[in-house]
Design a protein around this ligand. Sequence first.
Ligand code: 4AD
Ligand code: MG
Length: 450
Amino acid sequence: MESRYKSYKYIEDLEKFIGQEVTLQGWVKNKTGKGKLQFIILRDGTGICQCVVYKPNFDEALFEEVKSLTQESSLKVTGTVKKEDRAPGGYEIDVNNIEIIQLAKDYPITPKEHGDAFLIEHRHLWLRSTRQHAIMRIRASVMKAIRDFFDNNGFVIMDSPMLTPNASEGTSTLFETKYFDLGNAYLSQSGQLYGEASAMAMGRIYTFGPAFRAERSKTRKHLTEFWMVEPEMAYFDLNDDMDLAEDLVEYIVQYVLKVNQAELKTLERDISKLENIKRPFYRMSYTEAVDWLVKNNIPLKKKIDGKEVEITPFPWGEDFGTPQEEAIMEQFDKPLIIHRYPTDVKAFYMKPDPENSKVVLAMDMLGPEKAGEIIGGSQREEDYDNLLNKIKQHKLPEEAFQWYLDLRKFGGVPHSGFGLGVERVVKWITGAAHIRETIPFPRMIYRIVP
Ligand code: 4AD
Ligand code: MG
């Protein structure tokens, strides 16, 4: 049998069919009407379209069925396409035939307001809502922009495994699972270590996939499963790495502005703030950032013995949390890269700064508008002995890192890379209130369903 799919018509293409008859297939978003006229707002995933059903064109029974149509009932409509500026979406279908596929009963998400807990419980249906639909479309664009950026700039995609024998981002956030007779395996926290091996084979690579963190943090910015793109480049130093990170972020934001105007409008996003996201961005060292915190009396908030205490002035050597990051970012209308963090707060694989061994050649990019950390990266330790010492200091299992150490034995070179969290970027660009709205089915410490 010949496939029919190429003959299907979608709402997003209606401009090509003005004056012609088409059949649309979708769901009832809304229905209004009085007397002889019924207006169905149909959605099909690509857009929404007003379908006008006029009683005299239908037999009595079918018209009664149309009148009883409920939200999210599925149907096919056939009719003539008209341009209609007053209709949502800009086109209208003058319906001459309707086929009801399934009549939905008591769809739980009505146009009235619902609480967050209710919506997230119904995530499988919530995805159909206008706002969620717009966020997901922008997410898809962000992912496409990422792939286009790297594919068009000489990078080779080299996927990293999800099941791994060792940790890369510290042992406190590992998801563990049994692996046949070989002991424990861990869900990947980051593809980086494999990315480094791949970069030595291909020059410039990127890995793009999910990352898993058994994060206890119940914040608006943490998922236990999120998507990360991680470029890794042989011969890149920290400066090259920061330049690339800025180019990528500029590209993503400008791409979304180009293709997602309708979605950004739905989300009532202030577009001028995004239009401004052009290089150069801002940079400062960790030490300069601490000086600023001290000068502005921003304290360190820390839990000691279960009690929250405030320490001023902010002590050099402590990691930044959301309060410090947000305070610093208030001055900036574009992303800021903070570089050269204290060795003790960063991962084992980072290279110490040759000019100051207390800090490593690390960089984090913070987004404006309370976006928080969107990128974390570094220049990597390329010396065998130094790396082995770090693995020992961090009490990591030496055995499991032999292959990683090999990269320093056989043609070790300076190299750098970073990871960009897709959901953090989508949250920033869309202005979503919570990161759970930026991935189709969020995984958080207190939720694994649906
Ligand atoms: O800073 P992170 O932990 O860096 C790495 O994993 C490195 N191995 C990356 C590299 O150099 N190749 O994570 C990178 C980014 C963060 O900046 C953030 O955007 C995102 O990943 N991220 C999370 N997003 C959502 N939920 C979480 N729990 C996240 N943890 C990190
Ligand atoms: Mg980080």
